[in-house]
Design a binder for this molecule. Structure first.
Ligand SMILES: [Zn+2]
Length: 305
């Protein structure tokens, strides 16, 4: 291939040299992690309650530049019991925030052989634009089935009617873009929403459970089949959250509760030894969690070829 795959992605996604999909099985459940791209965000977003010198030292230890951090952006497709479930949908068309390296989900699903018309269910971990934007790309809704079910916590749709941004620490422009995108999503998908209170079994072994914290309706997806287990943690866990689970991510609407949710989930995953996948962990993000003193370790799983 003569063109740089990052700067000149082939529109079909077939010619990309950087891997963007990774398939695995959890018992009888098929799982595919699909990358929407990466988001470059200020380093301060990693922990706005952290001492800036400690934060800079963490970035230095990770061989990363001091002021910008690249967040992976992963979505997941799950097949179980005859249903095809898309969990989160990437950021979609650039929402005017200069995030040109994300928004590739639709072309990458196509490259992975997943037709939008085959998707029976969408599960949303929450309604930040990097999780719903792909559903708002021109033409996508028309290619989805009219009987598509969109599962999201009732607390989440309620929150976005009048969202509270008083405790976040986001770059300028983000709160307005997030409000706008969530509002547009509620308008366009209103008739397909299937709100749930605490949890919802979307298909055999596919359970969505509300955690709150990051947003009031933030949810995780627990997969279990034949003794295998995997949790898609959405935005409950970020890369820095293993070393510093008590750092407040800039996008958390209730940072204290988000930290409690993170610690509880990481402890549980370390105890039951199940696999973890999360939106913003480096692709494909499949890992295990181990306890390391007061914090945790992310142990990447070996790639299964
Ligand atoms: Zn996110």
């Amino acid at each position: 291939m003569s063109l740089d795959p990052i700067l000149h992605p082939d529109r079909s996604g077939l010619g990309e040299l950087v891997p963007s999909r990774y398939a695995l099985r959890v018992g009888d459940i098929d799982v595919m992690v699909v990358s929407d791209g990466v988001l470059a965000l200020p380093g301060a977003m990693l922990g706005h309650n952290a001492d800036p010198a400690v934060r800079a030292a963490w970035l230095e230890d990770m061989f990363l530049p001091p002021d910008m951090f690249e967040w992976a952006l992963n979505a997941v497709v799950v097949r179980s019991g005859g249903r095809t479930i898309l969990i989160d949908a990437g950021i979609g068309a650039d929402p005017g925030l200069n995030l040109p390296r994300a928004g590739r989900l639709v072309q990458r699903l196509a490259a992975g052989g997943i037709d939008l018309a085959s998707v029976t269910d969408v599960v949303l971990t929450h309604m930040h634009m990097d999780h719903i934007g792909g559903l708002l790309v021109d033409g996508v809704r028309d290619r989805l089935r009219p009987d598509l079910r969109v599962h999201v916590a009732a607390a989440e749709t309620k929150f976005w009617e009048s969202p509270d941004f008083s405790r976040v620490s986001m770059p300028p422009g983000f709160p307005d873009a997030l409000r706008r995108t969530a509002k547009r999503f509620l308008n366009e998908y209103h008739s397909q929403l299937r709100p749930f209170e605490a949890e919802c079994e979307v298909a055999p072994g596919v359970l969505v459970r509300r955690t709150g914290g990051h947003t009031p309706g933030h949810s995780v997806v627990r997969l279990a089949s034949g003794g295998d287990r995997l949790t898609f943690a959405g935005d409950a866990v970020f890369q820095v959250g293993f070393d510093h689970p008590d750092w407040y991510n800039g996008f958390e609407h209730d940072p204290e509760e988000a930290a409690r949710v993170r610690v509880r989930l990481l402890r549980e995953l370390a105890a039951n030894r199940e696999s973890l996948v999360a939106t913003h962990l480096s692709f494909p993000s499949v890992c295990h969690v181990a306890v390391a003193g007061d914090a945790f370790r992310c142990v990447p799983g070996p790639w299964q070829y």
